[in-house]
Write a protein that binds this ligand. Structure first.
Ligand SMILES: Nc1ncnc2c1ncn2[C@@H]1O[C@H](COP(=O)(O)OP(=O)(O)OP(=O)(O)O)[C@@H](O)[C@H]1O
Ligand SMILES: [Mg+2]
Length: 372
């Protein structure tokens, strides 16, 4: 069985959808949110759902997001004669003939809110329940809010209303930045309350081993010995398929098609930390620079620089006494630590009371390239 393929998570998610639940998927960068949604999309038919995947990353207006939704629903043929149904509903809403030939024409006649309502009410009548898998909602929402707080807030409120009204539709929302972060920054946290939070965790050591063995078979390479798996996992700390596979690239580069040794693993880790392969870590500082509020941005960098020098972690007390951090107030420090924990940078070891990096190679990267 391919244990790394998130069978357990998928089973839990299908169970939630069968119980009419809508889900917000939470996970740090590059952990496999989009991969999981695409996998759910592919298996939806066998589970009795018609799934539609929608990526809202490029959408900066509510109108754009609604158009994208319509186009994807239409191309997936979830509802028979979707466009004519939509046109009839819009004709009712507008009290007259719309004379429209395309979604674009329809949208010229109506506002995004009416179009969204008409789209979802058509979808709600489909014979098979529909699952809307919406990626990068948080990026889209962040763009909407930056242009118009009113439009962003209206978009979230409508989504919430429709989730309650159209019970034939299931929703799964995610994004590369935390949807809750974005919503809460603008006082819209309440619009997410009806969604069941679903955390996606890194792979377990067993799953990571199975995944690496799978990569070896696919590449016609000898499987790794247990000690090599162990070494690889210890050095990574954060077992995400993305980084396991990048590290396998480096191991292949070192060992060729010979059996990899401990030394190859060490050299592969060092190579991943060197230019140009180290670009694989740049998502992490980028995430802070792009998405943290200004006051947290500076503090988060200081905390991470400090922790990068301490593999075993550091206590809150020691952080507060550190010259870089001592000027900050306690609340800001606490909030920043919570954000860094939620985003997968650090974890608190409750036995030792120390905060430390979860992802070992990221700590090494931070020490080498960010602590300057
Ligand atoms: N369970 C898995 N098995 C195999 N490959 C996976 C798995 N999960 C993720 N991947 C691979 O890891 C990489 C990152 O995954 P993905 O893009 O889904 O992450 P993400 O959480 O959506 O990232 P972001 O935060 O940037 O949106 C992709 O190349 C994907 O194919
Ligand atoms: Mg993604």
């Amino acid at each position: 069985m391919s244990t790394w393929k998130r069978e357990k998570e998928r089973q839990s998610l299908w169970r939630l959808f069968d119980r009419n639940k809508n889900v917000a998927l939470f996970a740090p960068r590059r952990l496999g949110k989009t991969w999981l949604m695409r996998t759910l999309e592919n298996e939806a038919e066998t589970k009795g759902y018609a799934a539609v995947f929608i990526d809202l990353e490029a959408e900066t207006t509510a109108l754009g997001a609604v158009k994208k939704l319509c186009r994807e629903i239409n191309s997936k043929r979830v509802v028979s004669s979707f466009f004519s149904q939509l046109k009839t509903r819009m004709t009712d809403i507008l009290h007259g003939d719309t004379q429209a030939e395309t979604f674009e024409d329809l949208l010229l006649k109506a506002d995004w809110e009416s179009m969204l309502d008409a789209t979802l009410s058509a979808l709600n009548t489909a014979d098979t329940p529909c699952l809307l898998l919406i990626d990068e909602v948080s990026v889209c929402l962040s763009s909407l809010l930056a242009v118009s707080k009113e439009e962003g807030a209206a978009f979230m409120r409508r989504l919430r209303e429709h989730q309650q009204k159209y019970t034939g539709i299931r929703w799964m929302l995610t994004g590369s930045i935390g949807l809750d972060h974005v919503a809460e920054q603008y006082g819209l946290g309440g619009t997410l309350n009806q969604l069941d939070p679903f955390p996606l965790n890194p792979l377990t050591p067993e799953q990571a081993k199975a995944y690496v063995n799978h990569l070896c078979s696919r590449r016609d390479l000898p499987r790794l010995e247990n000690n090599c798996h162990q070494l690889m996992q210890n050095r990574l700390g954060w077992l995400a398929p993305h980084y396991l596979s990048r590290l396998m690239d480096r191991i292949e580069d070192q060992a060729g098609d010979h059996a990899a040794t401990d030394n190859h693993i060490k050299q592969a880790c060092d190579s991943l930390l060197s230019y140009p392969y180290n670009r694989v870590f740049s998502d992490w500082p980028d995430h802070i620079n792009r998405n943290y509020p200004d006051d947290q941005k500076v503090l988060a960098h200081k905390v991470l620089v400090l922790l990068s020098a301490h593999p075993e972690g550091e206590r809150m007390e020691a952080m507060r006494n550190n010259a870089m951090i001592s000027g900050s107030d306690m609340n800001s420090l606490r909030n920043t630590l919570v954000s860094l924990e939620n985003d997968g940078f650090i974890q608190l070891n409750t036995d030792t009371g120390r905060y430390c990096f979860i992802f070992g190679l990221l700590r090494e990267y931070w020490k080498r390239y960010q602590a300057i």
